[in-house]
Write a protein of this length. Structure first.
Lengths: 140, 157
């Protein structure tokens, strides 16, 4: 499943070979993520209450596709509020129910600060880059 | 969107800026932008400005789902090295009442998401505890008000 949608915060979702393909939303560009076996949701911009419902829809689509673990690449996210974080927590709960995990790629200190304040930094598996994911530190 | 700066309340140490936004999640970004500007004028450093932006966003979240029947009025008060924000949820002026299907759809969508909003409000309260010096909710003139105050911790601005 691969798709790209633009929004105030925007996202591009790229999955590995274990999930169905949506032929109507063909990939528009290659990324390093295609080498991974977990679905990746690539989000950018400000994740706030305007974007949170859309973010949840994107994550729900991954679960419908059979995902048990997933990666949310937030390395280009500059703002995260409680509504978007709540969506990520919902995804985390779904993954855990399926024996999986949510991996977050984070670089913005303010975004990491939100996770730490809410005590959720330990709940997710955090990575500083996609290279770190490819280095074998990601467990499905 | 309406914005006012009260010239009679503006001095080098103090100014009051008020903005009023239709109850749409798409417009809360304007409140964040205003917060950043007021924070900069109060001498906040970049981290403090980021915290104030997020805190103002969380004030908006504290009201739960927004719809076209309401508007949010933000009052930003810069007083020396502190910023206070009062956000009041009030009925939309009649001429701004929703007329389009899109706005009704938004309301339906947010009703469907009530549980998720409740969870967000819990996280929001935790964030506000850390981001600002004081915050709270109250009823004023029959309207729901969320407020916060944040003081500058760094050197003179």
């Amino acid at each position: 499943m691969q798709f790209q949608i633009l929004w105030g915060g925007y996202a591009r979702c790229v999955s590995g070979g274990t999930h169905p393909t949506n032929s109507e939303a063909a990939p528009t560009r290659p990324t390093a993520a295609v080498s991974l076996t977990l679905p990746i949701l690539d989000v950018s911009g400000e994740l706030d209450l305007a974007v949170a419902p859309w973010l949840r829809d994107q994550l729900d689509a991954l679960f419908v596709g059979g995902a048990t673990s997933l990666v949310v690449d937030m390395s280009s996210v500059t703002f995260l509020d409680s509504t978007a974080l709540g969506v990520l927590v919902g995804a985390l709960n779904q993954c855990r129910e399926r024996g999986g995990q949510v991996h977050l790629v984070l670089t913005e200190p303010q975004v990491l600060r939100v996770l730490r304040i809410t005590g959720l930094a330990e709940a997710f598996t955090l990575h500083q880059s996609r290279d770190e994911l490819k280095g074998g530190r990601m467990e499905p | 969107v309406k914005a006012f700066t009260y010239d009679d309340l503006r001095t080098s140490e103090r100014e009051v800026i008020e903005i009023s936004l239709p109850g749409s999640v798409d417009l809360v970004v304007i409140a964040r932008f205003t917060a950043a500007t007021v924070g900069a004028r109060a001498g906040f450093d970049l981290d403090e400005i980021d915290d104030l932006r997020l805190a103002v966003d969380e004030l908006s979240v504290s009201f739960g789902p927004l719809d076209g029947d309401t508007c949010l009025r933000y009052e930003f008060i810069r007083d020396a090295g502190s910023v206070s924000v009062r956000c009041t949820r009030e009925p939309a002026p009649s001429e701004e009442a929703p007329t389009s299907g899109g706005q009704r759809d938004e309301a339906v969508q947010t009703e469907r998401n009530l549980e998720y909003w409740e969870h967000a409000r819990e996280l929001s309260a935790v964030l506000l505890d850390e981001l600002v010096d004081s915050h709270g909710r109250e009823i004023s003139d029959g309207r729901s008000v969320a407020w916060l105050t944040k003081h500058r911790l760094t050197g003179e601005g």
